[in-house]
Design a protein around this ligand. Structure first.
Ligand SMILES: [Zn+2]
Length: 500
């Protein structure tokens, strides 16, 4: 964090002049703040989580205080939270059959979940309910929360981890705490209540701030979102880590009792690689650093002080969180660079520019997969050619279509649909990733590089720390290219582009 701020402080007189102008503008805007001047930074939720991990029972006991801000235009009588931890409950299927053996180290299904024991609103006991599926917690406020007002919601809960190589769970090497806490649902004409899914990322959240204290047995070390301010040894052979993360849309941490950590600074960003059993650690750290440099150059600066690439027990290749990505420890060596580049690209498309990953998965996955191809184009020493990636993707998609059209009548070739409307994982991946990537490649060729990259940079800037969507992306790309791209996107997204 320090190096990044120092770099930014190397300002010349022009920047100082602009700061003075900006301050004058902010002063001018203050009286208009409630009606929306456009200059005022959006208010954010603050999550303060106090977590204690018991390695014997594999449970995480938490007290979570949320300073929730009503950024909607409506008075709210309740606030909803997404409970991803219940994906691991007995009544759910958290991985498809094809991934069963990779997911469960014991080859036996076992379960986890989250138990909410109490909720308080402004220090008073509050009514709450958990939906039948277990995915949504609703906390009744007992009063109306008007626009721009804040409320303090305190939740007490216990997360039970399953023995599964997943976002949330433990394997033989790491204990992963992805999506462990109740996170406020985004409000769009009501709270958006995503379902669980056995593949894809069913997540959608707003940018927020996090203060997280984690108490864990001393044999472990920690990788996390944000900055680890301090780790102190406490009584009973335990450690307490204090973490802080600003302007991120989620918080993840990983524990391991045999982590090694190596660091490289790139463009003022501390790029960390946490690993075990990796003779090629120098190569993989370099890939992560090259990816940060390449994407900062292509799309706009990485706006955080650190990024941690974390080798872990994970069954799906890789997973993105703000400032932290999981890289599966069972990847073939030739796939590791590709997965690192893909997950790092998500820091731009998912991390900084958000979207509903359940409803509009192509918005982040299509752009991220395309960005991965750009990474190899810009870094020819990796020996993977951009055009070869596109040719391979086209051949794969055609092959997939041929097989699936034989199985299913009226096969749906559209991209723009929610995760659970894809009947199988190959159908989901081939549309949102592969065809999504080919769509952006086609747009690039249509607009030409100069215009295309100008549009991409402008999109990143416009939606930084905000949420995009299918419609917003199409509108924004049209605006910055000065071409109405609705028909172009519609043809791809609705499956009208013919693959002969
Ligand atoms: Zn992805």
């Amino acid at each position: 964090m320090k190096t990044k701020i120092e770099n930014k402080n190397k300002t010349n007189w022009m920047k100082n002049f602009l700061i003075v102008v900006a301050l004058l503008l902010v002063g001018f805007c203050l009286p208009l703040a409630l009606t929306g001047c456009g200059q005022k930074e959006k208010m954010r939720n603050l999550y303060a989580i106090d977590a204690v991990f018991d390695d014997e029972t594999k449970t995480l006991e938490c007290s979570q205080e949320v300073e929730y801000v009503n950024t909607t235009d409506n008075a709210l009588s309740e606030v909803c939270f997404f409970l991803y931890a219940n994906s691991f409950a007995e009544w759910q299927k958290v991985v498809s059959d094809a991934y069963f053996d990779r997911a469960y180290p014991t080859k036996k299904q076992n379960f986890g979940g989250i138990e909410i024991s109490s909720a308080k609103v402004n220090k008073m006991a509050a009514n709450f309910e958990v939906s039948e599926q277990g995915n949504i917690l609703t906390v009744k406020l007992g009063t109306s929360l008007f626009p721009n007002e804040k409320v303090e919601i305190v939740l007490e809960y216990v997360v039970k981890l399953a023995n599964i190589r997943h976002r949330l769970g433990y394997g033989n090497n790491t204990i992963n705490f992805g999506n462990f806490f109740p996170i406020a649902c985004v409000y769009e004409n009501g709270f958006v209540k995503n379902d669980f899914s056995a593949y894809g990322d069913p997540f959608y959240s707003e940018i927020a701030d996090f203060d997280v204290k984690i108490d864990f047995p001393q044999q472990f070390s920690l990788a996390s979102t944000g900055t680890i301010l301090e780790v102190t040894e406490s009584e009973n052979e335990r450690k307490v880590a204090v973490c802080k993360a600003g302007k991120v849309r989620d918080f993840c941490f990983v524990l391991c009792d045999h982590f090694e950590k190596k660091t490289q600074i790139v463009d003022g960003v501390e790029v960390n690689y946490f690993f075990y059993d990796d003779e090629l650690w120098e190569k993989h750290l370099k890939t992560a650093a090259d990816a940060v440099a390449t994407f900062s150059d292509l799309f706009g600066a990485y706006p955080y002080a650190q990024l941690s690439v974390v080798k872990s027990d994970f069954c799906f290749g890789g997973m993105e969180y703000p400032n932290l990505v999981l890289i599966a420890d069972d990847l073939n060596s030739e796939d590791v660079d590709y997965v690192i580049a893909h997950e790092v690209a998500h820091q731009w498309w998912y991390g900084v520019v958000g979207n509903n990953q359940f409803e509009d998965a192509w918005v982040d996955e299509g752009l991220t997969e395309f960005s991965t191809a750009l990474f190899f184009e810009k870094n020819s020493d990796y020996g993977i050619e951009y055009e070869k990636i596109m040719e391979g993707a086209t051949a794969n998609y055609k092959n997939f279509l041929r097989i699936f059209k034989e199985i299913y009548d009226n096969f749906d070739e559209s991209i723009d649909r929610d995760i659970n409307s894809f009947r199988t994982e190959p159908e989901y991946v081939n549309h949102t990733y592969t065809k999504g990537m080919l769509m952006f490649d086609s747009l690039r060729k249509m607009l030409g590089d100069r215009k295309f990259f100008k549009v991409l940079k402008a999109y990143y800037e416009d939606f930084a720390f905000e949420n995009s969507s299918s419609e917003k992306l199409v509108q924004n790309f049209s605006k910055h290219s000065h071409i109405n791209l609705e028909k172009f996107f519609d043809a791809w997204l609705q499956g009208k582009v013919v693959f002969g």
